[in-house]
Write a protein that binds this ligand. Structure first.
Ligand SMILES: [Zn+2]
Length: 408
């Protein structure tokens, strides 16, 4: 197979500094060389940047048909009520909605996703098609009352036995997602984490998304007690007295990979724990975080402490679209002091680490899969370094390559 050789105004390998007039060579499905300079046979892509395919570490593709985030955004428990209602109102088949979400991810330059699924359909779709992002599909489990435990453990076990085609084995993995502390019985949580550990698969859980979670765990009061009571699910005996968020983080430390999704309200106790638990990554969903109006997210503090922070869009129920690229532009806008390279790393290599794909993708390194996003840079901006230009509000994803093949 002939080698593909591309020249771009800027190449961002992520594992090293940006390269002006960079060359990326691709042999088959793999990256064969990355350097600054020239090559007589290179195809000049023009005023563009090549970056690793973006990694959306947290989404729920089954909500991809929504045209606008659900309301109200606050209080959070009212948004939960809205999403429960929305599930019953959707007539479009789930497979169509997931397909829609996959297409949207790809056109936004996303080549790897951490998908939360409420059925086996999503895993089957990712398994059946070859032009789809690499993925960890986490089966969501919900059940706050003890009577739900056995059924949900069975659901999880069956999901982990779903067959995966040999062709998809390198790019598709199952995982488990106990939903959140307010929706999963503590024993069910521990049993699901144990199942994941036994099978060597990752776990994702929504954690520290709202301050109301702390009210529930530490004092058994607040908005989640009201919500659970309204649903006829509240029993104060379910939770031990004086629980801590770190009680939920601790079991995750023994897994090959785990995602603490959101961590909006994580503070020193959680940070300290995470520093000693390198298998656990935090997934920050910037525009979803903004939609709910939470105070500033501690992502930079966590990165300074050596904690791996990946990025996600979450679903269209709390975000206007599924573009991870727009998450990067949003971070540039709200945190102008943060280096472009750091923001890009969160949306690429950190996501690959979080999902267990770091050997395969997340940076433009020789031997890794040729997953690329091609970013059109603003035309009139003549000067400036690649770092100045990349996250300019006018930059946009123009094309995406998956395993050495341009798919749009
Ligand atoms: Zn979520």
């Amino acid at each position: 197979m002939e080698r593909q050789i591309y020249q771009a105004r800027w190449v961002f390998p992520v594992n090293g500094p940006p390269l002006e007039d960079g060359i990326v060579e691709i042999e088959g499905t793999r990256i064969a060389a990355v350097y600054g300079g020239a090559h007589s046979r290179a195809i000049d892509l023009g005023n563009v940047a090549l970056v690793p395919g973006l990694i959306n570490a947290h989404t729920h593709l089954e909500f991809s048909q929504l045209r606008a985030p659900l309301e109200p955004a606050a209080p959070f428990t009212d948004w939960i009520r809205a999403i429960m209602k929305s599930r019953f109102e959707t007539e479009q088949p789930v497979t169509e909605r997931i397909h829609q979400g996959i297409s949207e991810c790809l056109s936004a330059g996303t080549t790897t996703v951490g998908e939360i699924a409420t059925s086996e359909e999503s895993l089957r779709l990712f398994n059946a098609d070859s032009q789809v992002p690499r993925a960890v599909v986490f089966r969501e489990c919900l059940g706050f009352t003890p009577d739900r435990k056995a059924g949900q453990e069975q659901v999880a076990a069956e999901f982990l036995e779903e067959p995966i085609r040999p062709e998809a084995l390198q790019r598709l993995f199952p995982g488990l997602s106990p939903h959140a502390p307010y929706s999963v019985h503590p024993d069910l949580y521990l049993n699901l984490v144990q199942q994941a550990r036994d099978q060597g698969v990752p776990v994702a859980i929504h954690l520290g998304e709202t301050s109301a979670e702390y009210d529930l765990l530490e004092r058994k009061e607040g908005a989640f007690v009201d919500l659970l009571s309204e649903l006829g699910l509240w029993d104060p005996e379910i939770l031990q007295d004086g629980m801590r968020m770190t009680d939920y983080l601790a079991p995750l430390a023994e897994l090959p990979a785990a995602l603490a999704v959101h961590g909006n309200y994580f503070g020193p106790p959680e940070w300290e724990f995470l520093q000693g638990a390198p298998a656990i990554s935090v997934v920050y969903c910037p525009r979803t975080h903004h939609y709910f109006g939470h105070p500033a997210h501690p992502w930079l503090t966590m990165i300074e402490q050596g904690i791996n922070v990946a990025l996600g869009t979450d679903s269209r129920a709390s975000n206007p679209d599924l573009s991870l690229w727009k998450e990067l532009l949003f971070l540039r806008e709200i945190c102008p002091q943060v280096p472009t390279e750091l923001i890009l790393e969160c949306g690429t290599l950190a996501g690959a680490r979080a999902l267990g794909f770091a050997e395969e993708t997340g940076s433009l390194e020789v031997g890794k899969a040729a997953d690329l996003a091609l970013i059109q840079l603003p035309e009139e901006a003549g000067g400036g370094t690649g770092s100045d230009l990349l996250l300019d509000s006018r930059s946009d994803v123009a094309r995406v390559m998956l395993n050495g093949v341009w798919i749009n």
